[in-house]
Write a protein that binds this ligand. Structure first.
Ligand SMILES: [Zn+2]
Length: 602
């Protein structure tokens, strides 16, 4: 028996207007409320994430509910410094109101729940004698406004970063070489923890600490979605203490300042997060030391279907790795998502009847059912040693984090020829290039040809923010140019050397069928920028070049063919280059051509 709860729907206060305005069904609002409760997040977060409601839609509903105007987040707004003088970031965030503006009509207060603020009469106490007007905004936009006014970095557990820093800065007057006091040192420990926790929460991949010599300030910048962005900078007086603190956290020699060092921080020893950071120090000009920390956060594998391979690549990839033995490579530069893709492949193969061993450095993604080994070079446990041990440990599938040297590749080929499926990453740029590189390393072409199942090259491109991207219909000129760039990739293929004109025509016709509207018009998008994204981009998207170890490719491999010949053969068999796959994703509105050009630069 099923229970219908429609008659018993409770009121959710300010969000009920969404249902009245038909932006959401009653059941969906119910579901959002339940999800928010289960994951301890805000209802608005769930509404935006799961139900794709834009802040504007929620804001308009809130405006209807409270009977005051909706005020969106405006990046160009100027901070009303005088009005904010006596308000602290933490207070504003706790109480969810702040003054936006004051003019002859009085003081304008921004709040997420104007009724509650009004009832508390608090605004009258802080700003006596003022005429008060209210406007409402969403929680997210309120957060953005607070960040805009107080800096994105103040938020913390306990005291704010601003407070931490201002406490430290007050000592800046003294000479730079001054001994850092014990109290400040405690603050510094908290500061470093906070930088790491903020970085992790913001989904940052790397933390860069960049000191200047003399009395220059030390910049801390984050890399997120591949782009650098400023975080904070710190007074010169704390430069050395800051660097030492990080070194202590990863057991590096604090007195050694002239040589690069590398180490690891197990952050759960210092803070409430179970993450690891890989740390590299580098002496830079002026006798200072730079530090770069990469966050190695444990995460789950992404299912193969969600890697956003084109449908054709998805089918070809599945077919390739469903063979019981052979060698499959994922290649690309550092940070191109190779490990993520490998784990998606493993997730696909991970069944109770299959034994899977992995050798990784570090183990970033864990999966139930896999037996994962952390490589530890310092302890003598390198990739080659682990792989040899795997061969004695009855595997079906072996995954190797990286194959950089002749020895690991040779063991990999041997393993695949003795009946195992071997997956590995390579630091090469393209699929055809990988083959030539491996042969150059001295692999036997015949064994290698026998073993090769396929090579997936990949890159990550910035994804257009779907909230603010601007649609437009490209003119003929622009479409011709896109077609030119696409066809330039096809240079030496049979189809193209025979009849260039017909080749181009066929591609355009295929695009029109796949991506254009019924009247034949394409829609492309421009990056715009909103409160939700980084200059029009949000997250990243994989571009793929999948070369299958077909009979023809194996033949060419045995003949030690050149990269261009291998490429042409693969293209004739239907492979798309990274750039071509990127252009197809531009035509789908997922990214833009500029981004694709950037990441596919040769
Ligand atoms: Zn946006």
């Amino acid at each position: 028996m099923t229970l219908t709860t429609n008659a018993l729907v409770p009121s959710h206060g300010k969000y009920d207007t969404l249902v009245l305005e038909a932006a959401l069904s009653c059941a969906d609002l119910e579901r959002a409320v339940r999800m928010a409760r289960a994951e301890l997040s805000e209802i608005e977060d769930v509404l935006m994430r799961e139900f794709r409601l834009r802040p504007q839609v929620i804001g308009t509903a809130l405006s209807r509910h409270f009977g005051v105007p909706y005020e969106p987040y405006r990046p160009e707004r100027i901070k009303p410094a005088l009005l904010l003088k006596h308000l602290k970031a933490q207070y504003v965030e706790d109480k969810q109101w702040l003054p936006l503006d004051e003019d002859k009509n009085g003081l304008l207060i921004l709040a997420t729940d104007p009724e509650r603020v009004k009832a508390s009469r608090i605004v009258n106490q802080v700003f006596p004698k003022s005429q008060i007007r209210y406007c409402v905004t969403t929680s997210l936009e309120f957060k953005h406004t607070v960040d805009q006014y107080f800096g994105t970095t103040y938020r913390s557990d306990g005291s704010s970063l601003r407070e931490l820093l201002s406490g430290m800065d007050s000592q800046e007057g003294s000479e730079v070489e001054a001994k850092v006091s014990e109290a400040v040192e405690t603050e510094l420990v908290r500061l470093v923890n906070k930088v790491i926790m903020d970085a992790y929460r913001q989904g940052v991949s790397d933390i860069h600490i960049e000191p200047l010599p003399g009395d220059g300030r030390t910049a801390i910048r984050f890399r997120k979605d591949g782009a650098m962005m400023p975080y904070i900078d710190i007074a010169a007086a704390y430069r050395d203490a800051l660097v030492s603190r990080v070194k202590i956290m990863c057991d590096l020699d604090t007195s050694e300042r002239r040589k690069p060092q590398d180490g690891k921080i197990k952050f759960n020893k210092y803070g409430p997060l179970d993450i690891e950071l890989r740390v590299a120090t580098l002496p830079s000009t002026g006798g200072v030391e730079d530090i770069v920390m990469r966050i190695l956060a444990a995460s789950d594998a992404i299912p193969l279907e969600r890697l956003e391979l084109s449908p054709l690549n998805f089918t070809r990839l599945q077919r390739a790795i469903e063979k019981p033995y052979g060698l499959f490579f994922v290649c690309g530069p550092t940070g191109s998502g190779k490990t993520t893709s490998l784990h998606s492949l493993l997730a696909h193969l991970n069944k109770p009847d299959t034994k899977i061993w992995t050798a990784e450095d570090p183990v970033e993604i864990t999966q139930k059912g896999l037996r994962q080994v952390q490589v530890n070079k310092k302890a003598g446990l390198d990739f080659a040693t682990v792989m040899r041990a795997f061969l004695r440990a009855d595997p079906d599938v072996i995954m190797v984090g990286e194959m950089r040297d002749r020895e690991t590749v040779a063991i990999g080929i041997e393993a695949s020829l003795t009946g195992h499926l071997v997956l590995a990453t390579l630091h090469t740029n393209s699929a055809p290039e990988s083959i030539v590189r491996l042969l150059d390393m001295g692999m036997d072409p015949f064994n290698f040809a026998d073993a090769l199942l396929g090579i997936l090259a990949q890159r990550l491109a910035r994804r257009l923010c779907t909230r603010c991207r601007m649609a437009y219909h490209p003119g003929d000129d622009e479409m011709q140019q896109i077609l030119d760039e696409y066809c330039a990739e096809l240079g030496n293929t049979l189809a193209f050397t025979q009849d260039r004109h017909a080749g181009r025509h066929a591609i355009l016709a295929r695009w029109a069928a796949r991506y254009a509207s019924s009247d034949g018009r394409f829609t492309l998008y421009r990056a715009q920028g909103c409160g939700e994204c980084n200059k029009g981009y949000n997250g990243r998207l994989g571009l793929h070049e999948l070369m299958i170890g077909s009979e023809r490719i194996k033949e060419l491999l045995q003949e030690r063919a050149r990269v261009t010949t291998l490429l042409a053969a693969a293209l004739d068999e239907g492979m798309l280059t990274l750039k071509m796959d990127g252009i197809e994703k531009v035509l789908q509105g997922l990214t833009d051509l500029r981004t694709v050009r950037q990441v596919c630069m040769k």
